[in-house]
Design a protein. Structure first.
Length: 325
């Protein structure tokens, strides 16, 4: 065989920012745990930043980077994903806030209860779309649920919190304006950038890396607000109860559907976006209320990763060992 003289292709041949983005994706779960641990162990810097609304600023950056992974055609998938999307959206919009209210009864203090309630009105977790794809789910349906649930959150988070009896430190109109500013507008701006694609895709790796870094920074900021006390076991129980309710609801809504569709319903329903929830909690109830969302963010990412591993293991078991020819 003749030598071509060309260097062999390999991961080291990719641009540095692409390698960085890929490495951050691979190490996301341990980095999430590390960010939360650093925030809890050394809370001072994070609390100082939170006093200047750093949570909302970081959230806007994260949502922009998320939007930059979607085109306007992807956002339009909410119209074409079918009737199941509407059913899932309607049922989860009613049921998840009720589940969060039930879970919040396990904790004491208005701030911590507000944080748990904020998880109930949050949209689907951004990572759930990618995880649904890894589990063999329908990416279009998962993305449609993400977009549709984000719209519902922007429009209805304030009224739903009011119906649940939450005493917000800000008006529903102010909360709506905040969500429009830090969620809706950055999402649309990111999608506009991706749709126009002025750099021919060269900005995708940097934006992907920036999105992961902003996710970790936000988790660190949120975890910094957690004041460890003897009641944290009850807070953990409340968040686990809410997560279990979301997982049970997602499994129920996927009943009777093909396996790929069940995965696309389960993960976006069970995994709610801790970042947006933290922004809601900080805006509505103060920075202290965002503390539970640091724990919740770790829980949902662990749950999602474990769910994908379980689905893959079941698929391998069903396919059985390959017989030699």
């Amino acid at each position: 065989m003749e030598e071509t003289g060309r260097p062999a292709a390999g991961p080291w041949r990719r641009p540095p920012l692409t390698r960085l983005a890929d490495a951050l994706d691979r190490l996301l779960l341990p980095l999430v745990v590390l960010a939360a641990a650093v925030g809890i162990a050394w809370p001072g810097p994070g609390r100082h930043l939170d006093a200047g609304n750093a949570i909302l600023i970081t959230l806007a950056v994260l949502v922009f980077c998320t939007g930059a992974s979607l085109t306007f055609r992807d956002l339009a998938a909410v119209r074409t994903a079918g009737g199941r999307l509407l059913v899932v959206l309607a049922v989860s919009t009613v049921t998840l806030p009720a589940a969060a209210w039930l879970a919040s009864r396990l904790v004491s203090g208005a701030a911590l209860r507000g944080g748990v309630l904020a998880a109930g009105v949050a949209p689907s977790e951004v990572a759930s779309v990618a995880l649904a794809g890894l589990a063999g789910g329908e990416a279009g349906l998962a993305a449609g649920l993400l977009v549709a649930s984000t719209v519902v959150t922007v429009l209805l988070a304030g009224p739903i919190l009011g119906l649940l009896g939450a005493h917000s430190a800000t008006s529903q109109l102010t909360l709506l304006a905040t969500l429009a500013l830090v969620v809706a507008l950055p999402l649309l701006a990111g999608a506009a950038l991706r749709t126009a694609d002025p750099l021919g895709g060269r900005d995708r790796a940097p934006l992907r890396a920036a999105g992961t870094v902003s996710l970790l920074v936000l988790l660190w900021e949120v975890a910094s607000e957690l004041h460890l006390t003897g009641s944290d076991a009850r807070l953990l129980a409340a968040l686990l109860l809410y997560l279990a309710c979301g997982a049970g609801l997602g499994a129920l809504l996927g009943t009777g559907a093909p396996r790929a569709r069940r995965a696309a319903v389960l993960l976006p329903t069970a995994m709610r976006d801790f970042a947006v929830a933290a922004g809601i909690a900080a805006s509505a109830f103060g920075a202290r209320a965002a503390a539970p969302l640091g724990i919740y963010g770790v829980l949902v990412l662990v749950f999602g990763t474990a769910a994908v591993a379980l689905v893959r293991r079941r698929d391998r078991a069903r396919s059985g060992p390959t017989r030699p020819g």
